[in-house]
Ligand binder design. Structure first.
Ligand code: ADP
Ligand code: MG
Length: 348
């Protein structure tokens, strides 16, 4: 194997987060305006009385999307929305985007028009301006990089690092649906590849498919929070899955947390589809990812302010680091949460 050669370490051995840590550890922030660099949903740059937020994401054909089932218009929309979600995760307002493309000769002008229809629609719905980008050719497929730029009041910014034991954990909506939408699309793709004459069975699954193909970012939450006069102690958007993203909050805040299985919101269609795929609905909610809901913590004294907030669910609590990151099951068991699944053998 190549990775046994001296001087060649397979990047998969480190994993994404360790790799980023290793590559960036010697980059110290030099400029006074660089308020926060690597390690949150957006970078934070001082700019007068407000802070500017910058976040970037790269979508690669064959890794992040499959053009067999992703309409180009939806893809353009999603590429923008997933970036805006990182600005909302800082309690900010996105204002501009740049879009860069690397494309192979298989894409026609008409196909790219469609992609940009979706980008335009996202710019309209989220009130952001397309202000630049870059376009180049590629030997294979399509790569889209979007950078989102936004602003946030200095005293309203939410990092991943401010959670304290006793804080209440909240989530802005239901989880697992996008992952199940992907499972349906993958199933239909396999059937189509083995029998191209077959019609896909997508009916009645509009919600799951939309959550996967055309997700929305929670632009409303920052307004609800502002109306309630509430600033979360920490916040992150759910891109990798509740378990993994909760771990990012716990690591950055140096705390532990528990979530209550019975309180995790799962849409009814997602519930039924998980069972159809012989999956545990809770596992899809914990590890599915791509939900783009906001996970945040608030001080216990602010509990009343959250109770009437539309679509906000209380799912658990922040605890001391030594108490770990756990799932309290409906049956009364306590499992240690893992980034992928949880440990079934760790019952108290
Ligand atoms: P998110 O899931 O919120 O988009 P990521 O997990 O992609 O965040 O990234 C985690 C952090 O690492 C972010 O602060 C991001 O800007 C930074 N980052 C990711 N890749 C690189 C890179 N190649 N060089 C420098 N910083 C990076
Ligand atoms: Mg994020």
């Amino acid at each position: 194997m190549a990775d046994t050669e001296p001087g060649f370490t397979d990047v998969n051995k480190l994993g994404e987060f360790k790799l980023i840590e290793r590559l960036t550890k010697d980059f110290k922030l030099k400029n006074k305006s660089s308020k926060f660099g690597i390690g949150d949903d957006s970078a934070v740059i001082a700019h007068g009385d407000t802070h500017m937020l910058v976040s970037t994401d790269l979508l690669v054909e064959g890794i992040h999307f499959d053009l067999i089932y992703s309409p180009l218009k939806h893809l353009g929309y999603k590429a923008v929305v997933v970036n805006l979600s990182d600005i909302y995760a800082m309690n900010g307002t996105p204002e501009q985007i740049t879009v860069s493309l690397a494309l192979s000769s298989k894409f026609s002008v008409e196909a790219l028009d469609e992609l940009y229809e979706g980008i335009k629609e996202a710019c309209r719905i989220y009130n952001v301006d397309l202000v630049g980008g870059d376009t180049t050719s590629s030997p294979r497929g399509l790569t889209i990089s979007v950078t989102a730029i936004g602003t946030v009041d200095k005293d309203k910014i939410c990092y991943r690092s401010g959670a304290k034991p006793g804080d209440i954990l909240c989530i802005s909506g239901d989880l697992g649906a996008a992952y199940l939408g992907l499972q349906i699309l993958e199933r239909e793709k396999q059937l189509y590849l083995s029998n191209p004459g077959i019609q896909p069975e997508l009916e009645n699954q509009k919600y799951l498919l939309e959550r996967q193909l055309k997700p929305e970012a929670r632009k409303d939450i920052k307004d609800y929070l502002a109306e309630a006069g509430l600033v979360p102690t920490s916040m992150i958007d759910i891109s990798d899955g509740l378990a993994s993203d909760l771990m990012h909050i716990c690591k950055a805040s140096d705390v532990g947390a528990f979530i209550e299985e019975a309180k995790i919101p799962i849409n009814q269609d997602a519930q039924l589809m998980a069972i159809k795929f012989q999956m545990d609905p809770i596992t899809t909610a914990l590890n599915g990812g791509e939900d783009y809901e906001l996970l945040f913590s608030i001080k216990e004294e602010d509990l009343e302010k959250i109770r009437l907030m539309p679509s906000v669910y209380i799912i658990g609590e922040i605890v001391k680091k030594k108490d770990g990151i756990t799932l309290h099951t409906s049956g009364g068991n306590v499992h240690a949460l893992k980034a992928q699944g949880w440990d079934h053998f760790d019952e108290d």
